[in-house]
Design a protein around this ligand. Sequence first.
Ligand SMILES: *[C@@H]1O[C@H](CO)[C@@H](O)[C@H](O)[C@H]1NC(C)=O
Ligand SMILES: *[C@@H]1O[C@H](CO)[C@@H](O)[C@H](O)[C@H]1NC(C)=O
Ligand SMILES: *[C@@H]1O[C@H](CO)[C@@H](O)[C@H](O)[C@H]1NC(C)=O
Length: 173
Amino acid sequence: MVSFKFFLALGLLGISFTSAHPTPGGSPGTYKCGEIDVFMTGLPPAHPLVKAQGFDPVFVNKSLTADAAEVVKAGYNLRVVLMGPEQPLSVLNDQLKGINWDATGVGYGVRGSSVQNLTVRLEDILQTYRDKAWRAPIVFNHSPTSSLWAIQRHFPLSSNCTNSPGKDLVSEI
Ligand SMILES: *[C@@H]1O[C@H](CO)[C@@H](O)[C@H](O)[C@H]1NC(C)=O
Ligand SMILES: *[C@@H]1O[C@H](CO)[C@@H](O)[C@H](O)[C@H]1NC(C)=O
Ligand SMILES: *[C@@H]1O[C@H](CO)[C@@H](O)[C@H](O)[C@H]1NC(C)=O
C-alpha cells in the first residue's frame, strides 16, 4: 500500500524541484529579477546568409544589440550565441554547458529561411535543445526586436527590475 508519507514526500520533492528551477508557464509575477537564464542563438549579422535572405546586416546588428539589451534591462540573464551553419554543433553544445537554462530560442534568420542548410541547422538546434536543456521551453520571437515579448509570455517577472537588471552571460565565441 502507498502511504500518506509517500505522497507527502512526493509533494515536498515537487516543491523543492520547482523552487530550484522555475516551472514554465507560471502565472504573472512569478519570477524574480535575475532568476531566469535565457539562451538564444541565431546568425551573426554579417553572415552571408543574412544578406542572401535580403536582410541589411547593419539593421540586423542594431536590432539584435537593442533586443539583447532590452531583455537584460528587463531583468533576465541572457546568453546570445551567434553562429552560422558552417560552425560545428559542438560550439552550441559547449555554450549550453554549465547553466540550467530556463528558456532557449532560435532567431528568425534561421527559422524563417528557405536555405536548406539553415533548415537542417534549425532541426539540429532544436534537437540539441531537447537533449541538453529539455526542461526549458523553446521560445520564438516574431521580429528581430521581440525576444523580450517571447520570454515574458513564459516567465513574467514579479517586479520592476529597472534597478536590478539581468546579467549578460557573455558567450565565448
Ligand atoms: C554591431 O553593433 C555593435 C554596437 O553597435 C558594434 O560594436 C559591432 O561592431 C557591430 N557588428 C557588426 C557585425 O556590424
Ligand atoms: C551549405 O553547406 C555546404 C556544406 O555542408 C556548403 O558547401 C554550401 O556552400 C552551403 N550552402 C550555402 C547556401 O551556404
Ligand atoms: C519601472 O520603474 C522605472 C523607474 O523606477 C520606470 O521608469 C518604468 O516605467 C517602470 N517600468 C514598468 C514596466 O513599470
